[in-house]
Ligand binder design. Structure first.
Ligand SMILES: Nc1ncnc2c1ncn2[C@@H]1O[C@H](COP(=O)(O)OP(=O)(O)O)[C@@H](O)[C@H]1O
Ligand SMILES: [Mg+2]
Length: 314
């Protein structure tokens, strides 16, 4: 199967171009609450109404699964990094993607919003057929928030400006409205008091929370997280995970690459284990982490859960 994906535009790959949630949607806890949430909760009518109406005219958009990937292949030169990935994320679902370094997790996430172009396979995200050559890439990316390991905040802008700039430029919101939404999201991540500061004045964990507030300010349907706590000092990891847990409780659809197994076990509806560019195993979080079926999953989990254990390399 061949796929002609539109070329990714590195300029719009900056997370400032990634969307965020309307704080007015507020808590949707009742609709989808924490562990044991159904695979496809109905996270409240407010999630679908205006978004879908606004997006209905977006080119290349159809369907309702948050993420639907089939037989995805991606190579860099001779190196085949993704070797036939199938992945689904339902609306309102939280999926944690785990696996050893180099297994293709970041590449998969980057293919989802066309920061990388796959060689073959099909991807649909938020109803957009990402692998359709006629895709409106910008419209698709507006629906997908991405949070990276390295925050990617603008150092020369204040925390507040970081959260408003794309709202004004991309969503054409007025400055006042953008500011109101940004402040509501900064409050949501506990950082409204830092609005006037520069990112460099904040701890890593605080910067990551700003990055989450910035993404939320764009009102996304889906949030992608690529190891959001891996670059943080251990004492700030918990604050970021708490925000992510709250987002999950609020009904946000989330695909999270993480090594935080307790987060995955407690918050994810499903865990997907990747190794060597394929999905080796997936299932309910507690089952995959608690009683993995495959030897590769067991080996990986024992390394992650017992990082100080010395063992011989494969
Ligand atoms: N832009 C790139 N060019 C060449 N090789 C790459 C590129 N990005 C990733 N790779 C390679 O693809 C493989 C998978 O990388 P990645 O998706 O980052 O894995 P993970 O996120 O699971 O650690 C690695 O071998 C990596 O070196
Ligand atoms: Mg990675």
């Amino acid at each position: 199967m061949s796929t002609s994906a539109a070329s990714p535009d590195p300029a719009s790959s900056h997370p400032s171009a990634s969307p965020g949630a309307d704080p007015a949607r507020g808590s949707q806890r009742d609709a989808a609450s924490g562990p044991g949430r159904s695979a496809a909760p109905s996270p409240g009518a407010s999630r679908v109404s205006s978004d879908d109406a606004a997006a209905a005219s977006d080119r290349g958009r159809s369907g309702s699964a948050a993420v639907h990937v089939r037989d995805l292949h991606k190579s860099y030169g001779d190196l085949e990094v993704l070797r036939g990935i199938d992945l689904d994320v339902a609306k309102g679902e939280v999926v944690c993607l785990i696996g050893p370094s180099g297994s293709g997790k970041s590449t998969l996430l980057r293919c989802l919003n066309l920061l990388e172009s796959p060689q073959s396979g099909t991807i649909s995200v938020g109803g957009f057929t990402v692998t359709d050559p006629d895709l409106d890439v910008d419209a698709m990316r507006r629906r997908v928030g991405m949070v990276f390991q390295q925050f990617n905040l603008f150092p020369h802008l204040s925390v507040l400006e970081n959260c408003t700039v794309s709202q004004v430029k991309v969503l054409k919101r007025s400055k006042d409205e953008a500011k109101r939404i940004a402040l509501a999201n900064l409050e949501r991540v506990g950082l409204e008091a830092k609005a006037g500061q520069r990112p460099t004045q904040l701890s890593g964990g605080q910067q990551q929370r700003v990055a989450i507030a910035r993404a939320l300010s764009m009102d996304p349907d889906l949030m992608l997280f690529d190891e959001p706590t891996s670059a943080l000092d251990p004492e700030t990891v918990g604050d970021v995970l708490a925000i992510m847990r709250q987002l999950a409780d609020d009904g946000m659809t989330m695909l999270v690459v993480t090594h935080e197994m307790s987060f995955a076990r407690d918050v994810a509806d499903r865990v997907v284990f990747m190794d060597g560019g394929v999905v080796v195993e997936q299932g309910p979080a507690r089952e995959v982490i608690g009683s993995p079926q495959h030897e590769r999953t067991r080996t990986f989990l024992s390394r992650v859960l017992n990082p100080t254990t010395v063992d011989t390399p494969e």
